[in-house]
Design a protein around this ligand. Structure first.
Ligand SMILES: NC(=O)c1ccc[n+]([C@@H]2O[C@H](COP(=O)([O-])OP(=O)(O)OC[C@H]3O[C@@H](n4cnc5c(N)ncnc54)[C@H](O)[C@@H]3O)[C@@H](O)[C@H]2O)c1
Length: 269
């Protein structure tokens, strides 16, 4: 069902890799709600070509940008404003990557160059987007920026290794920049802490199925799907949430507030 929540709004959506990506669903829902936007991803991720299908469906322009490159991000904002015909109302940061996780490195045996890369790609990139946007005065007043996080920022989770610190940094940047940009231009910045979701980044974590099943059985509402996450993100882009900022918002079926559920208790015997 569509409510026209984003009618007339201009956005930038990063991170749509394939149809399982959370960003893919956000793009589809934003389109349904009346937004126009550009899509962006790392040039290397474009090789798969999947994003072209989404761009066609959404009448969106694709602007390649490595999220670690300030130069690429500047071009992303300048070209987006030109294509969309004005300042940007919303930005989705849906970017995460850890070579340590990809290579199966344990927390006690991390490669520090890769660790720095994880922080740069998955967290600092949010700061870079916000700083570029501020310097270019690219965001409409009362604009909304949302980045996706995970509860491993607050609790230890097996095998999430350096992404744990990346998510903690991401949430911290949302708070610090949320204060600055809120004061300056009424722009809000939030993170959405999403349930385990079956995407390329999600299933790349060893033991992902256990994460997924455990969270599902702990949560009174069950895990939130990528589609449900997109619904929530759309409300944060809309004018219905104009006083929500600097928050880490759990979108997890209740998982973050549960001690133990009947399902898990039964398994303990
Ligand atoms: N899947 C889950 O279980 C889960 C749970 C909570 C939060 N998240 C977060 O959601 C976000 C989106 O991930 P997803 O699950 O949709 O997986 P995904 O693999 O579909 O998306 C991750 C995206 O990051 C992009 N990316 C990687 N390096 C980049 C770079 N240098 N520049 C620009 N883009 C780059 C990838 O190309 C990809 O599109 C991530 O921040 C992830 O940590 C995922």
């Amino acid at each position: 069902m569509s409510y026209g929540l984003l009618k007339g709004k201009r956005g930038i959506i990063s991170g749509a890799l394939d149809e399982n990506s959370i960003a893919w669903k956000v793009a589809q829902h934003a389109k349904e709600e009346g937004a126009i936007f550009t899509l962006t991803n790392a040039p290397i991720a474009m090789r798969m070509g999947e994003i072209n299908k989404l761009a066609e469906q959404c009448d969106a322009k694709i602007i390649p940008a490595d999220a670690t490159s300030v130069e690429d991000i500047e071009k992303l904002f300048v070209d987006s404003m030109e294509f969309l015909g004005g300042k940007i109302d919303f930005v989705l940061h849906s970017i995460g990557m850890s070579t340590n996780i990809r290579k199966g490195k344990e927390y006690g045996d991390l490669n520090y160059d890769w660790f720095m890369k994880s922080l740069d790609v998955s967290a600092l990139s949010l700061h870079k987007m916000l700083q570029v946007a501020e310097k270019l005065d690219a965001l409409e007043s009362h604009g909304s920026v949302v980045a996706l996080s995970y509860i491993a920022a607050q609790r230890s989770f097996l095998d999430y290794t350096d992404m744990t610190q990346a998510k903690a940094m991401l949430e911290s940047i949302a708070r610090s920049y949320g204060f600055r940009y809120g004061k300056k231009n009424g722009v809000r910045v939030n993170t959405v802490s999403q349930s385990p979701t079956k995407t390329s980044a999600g299933t790349g974590i060893s033991g992902f199925n256990a994460f997924f099943e455990y969270a599902n059985q702990m949560s009174p509402l069950g895990n939130a799907s990528a589609d449900e996450c997109a619904d929530y993100v759309v409300t944060l882009f809309s004018d219905l949430t104009r006083k929500v900022t600097m928050q880490n918002l759990f979108h997890d079926g209740g998982f973050s507030c549960v001690g133990i559920s009947e399902e898990i208790a039964a398994k303990m015997g």
